[in-house]
Unconditional design. Structure first.
Length: 318
């Protein structure tokens, strides 16, 4: 009877196995450019355009046989300036050869250079990052190389041109401090204070929107629930109507972490551009001289506030 030989596998020289058969590309979440869908867009601006203002001030008087002319028609203007902005990356398809990514390359040495492999995934993520940058910039960027003054920057400056008396309204009428901040117990009240501060000429205007960060919106929603206002806490996409006001409250990512609120007419906030949604149009090409593939987005953007005196801004007291 033969003796049974004991044998075993020796795999110590092999690297740990990683299944590389999945072609699904995972990408981190990026919030979009929601603010652009909520404000007024002014197209066709190559550099600077004027916003023209007319204010007529007639004077009431008794109707007699010898009426006197009394009143004025005053023309004023602000300007809106756009900045040339661009994003551009270069990609070498040869960099995909040493890894699992080679499976996506087409056949042929020339074709693997010339075909933009993973084009749809790369372009989608590229545009998503640009949308995120734009959402952040449109509120608190400061004019400089490759930047412009955002809405919040302009409102905080208090005045942008020779329009007399054009200053924003203080919405923090309770004097709430930074130490107190927004909480699950006070945010609904602070939002109501903001609504109460709207000028009488704008009361009932269907264009009114209170812009807040998602973080403030979350506290607002929780406050409504805690107050048993369940019938008023219906939220869709961080958008709702402030109870008993008709004013919309919109959460936007560009105000996250700022503890700020800005209430005014949607059309009062102007986003300037050469062409609408130009920042969503990507261009790609293959350069035969360098064997590189380029991906680029170019657009113009700037902001302006038509009437600062029709904006209610909320800032916590230091």
């Amino acid at each position: 009877m033969k003796k049974r030989q004991e044998m075993a596998f020796d795999v110590s020289a092999l690297p740990a196995y990683v299944n590389q058969n999945s072609d699904e590309l995972l990408m981190a979440a990026n919030y979009g450019f929601k603010t652009a869908s909520l404000v007024s867009i002014q197209e066709g601006i190559k550099l600077t355009d004027a916003l023209q203002y007319l204010e007529v001030s007639p004077t009431r008087q008794a109707a007699t046989c010898s009426l006197s002319a009394a009143g004025d028609a005053v023309f004023e203007q602000k300007t809106i300036t756009v900045v040339n902005l661009a994003y551009k990356i270069s990609l070498c398809m040869q960099d995909l050869l040493p890894k699992w990514t080679q499976r996506a390359l087409p056949g042929g040495s020339n074709a693997e250079d010339e075909v933009f492999t993973f084009e749809s995934d790369i372009t989608a993520n590229f545009l998503a990052k640009i949308a995120k940058d734009n959402e952040d910039a449109v509120w608190f960027s400061t004019a400089g190389a490759g930047t412009f003054d955002g809405f919040g920057t302009i409102i905080d400056a208090g005045t942008t041109a020779a329009v007399v008396g054009d200053t924003p309204i203080v919405g923090n009428t309770s004097g709430t401090t930074v130490a107190t901040g927004f909480t699950n117990a006070n945010t609904f009240g602070l939002v109501q204070d903001q609504a109460d501060a709207v000028p009488s000429a704008l009361k009932g205007d269907t264009e009114l929107v209170n812009f807040v960060g998602y973080d403030v919106f979350d506290k607002y929603r929780r406050n409504l629930i805690d107050l048993n206002l369940f019938h008023e806490s219906s939220v869709e996409g961080y958008s709702a109507v402030i109870p008993y006001t008709g004013i919309r409250i919109e959460g936007v990512a560009g105000l996250n972490g700022t503890n700020r609120m800005f209430l005014g007419k949607r059309s009062n906030l102007v986003l300037g551009a050469d062409m609408q949604n130009e920042f969503e149009q990507a261009k790609s090409w293959f350069d035969e001289n360098t064997d590189l593939t380029y991906l680029q987005v170019k657009f113009k953007m700037g902001t302006q506030v038509k009437f600062l005196a029709e904006m209610v801004q909320f800032t916590l007291v230091p």
